[in-house]
Design a protein around this ligand. Structure first.
Ligand code: ADP
Length: 153
């Protein structure tokens, strides 16, 4: 069976923390789909097209990594693309508590067919978050050490 993982997130914008997870997960799966979940109730700083563009540029050197987006439940998207794994990153205990509930829910919703695989953030990347990057951008600071080169606002 092909091992296909979906890495879902907002990627508003992609950071070096996300990139670290993608780079390290890439040898573990036959295919990874980095998928932007489009939540109609959520306010994003950057439009979907821009977030897709930055992600595509960042992962273009990985032949088994694709970028896409979806509406609705993550489990439904996984079923549609034939993915049997979800990929998520863990930075700290707060991430763990939050992710634990989501992982159990997704497993139950998928009738136990979807396993979530967690990678711990590399040391030195665990402080990075899209919200910190957005704050720096809003205040016209230098965020270049926190994002892949593809992100140019
Ligand atoms: P969401 O809105 O689903 O939290 P994000 O784009 O913020 O979307 O995050 C997507 C995934 O990337 C989550 O699993 C999150 O824990 C992980 N992630 C975010 N920042 C980092 C980081 N610095 N290191 C490792 N994983 C991270």
């Amino acid at each position: 069976m092909e091992k296909i993982a979906v890495f879902p997130g907002s990627f508003d914008p992609i950071t070096l923390g996300h990139f670290d997870i993608i780079e390290r997960a890439q040898p573990l799966f036959d295919k990874i789909i980095v998928a932007i979940g489009n939540n109609a109730n959520k306010q994003y700083m950057f439009p979907l097209e821009k977030r897709v563009e930055w992600l595509k540029k960042a992962v273009k050197k990985f032949p088994n990594v694709e970028v896409n987006y979806f509406d609705g439940l993550t489990v439904d998207y996984c079923k549609k693309v034939g993915a049997n794994f979800l990929l998520r990153g863990l930075r700290n205990p707060a991430d763990f508590e939050f992710e634990k509930a989501i992982a159990h829910t997704n497993r139950a919703l998928s009738h136990k067919t979807l396993e979530t695989v967690f990678l711990l953030t590399s040391s030195g990347k665990s402080f990075i978050s899209s919200s910190i990057v957005r704050d720096i951008i809003r205040n016209k600071g230098d965020y270049s050490m926190l994002v892949p080169n593809s992100v140019m606002v």
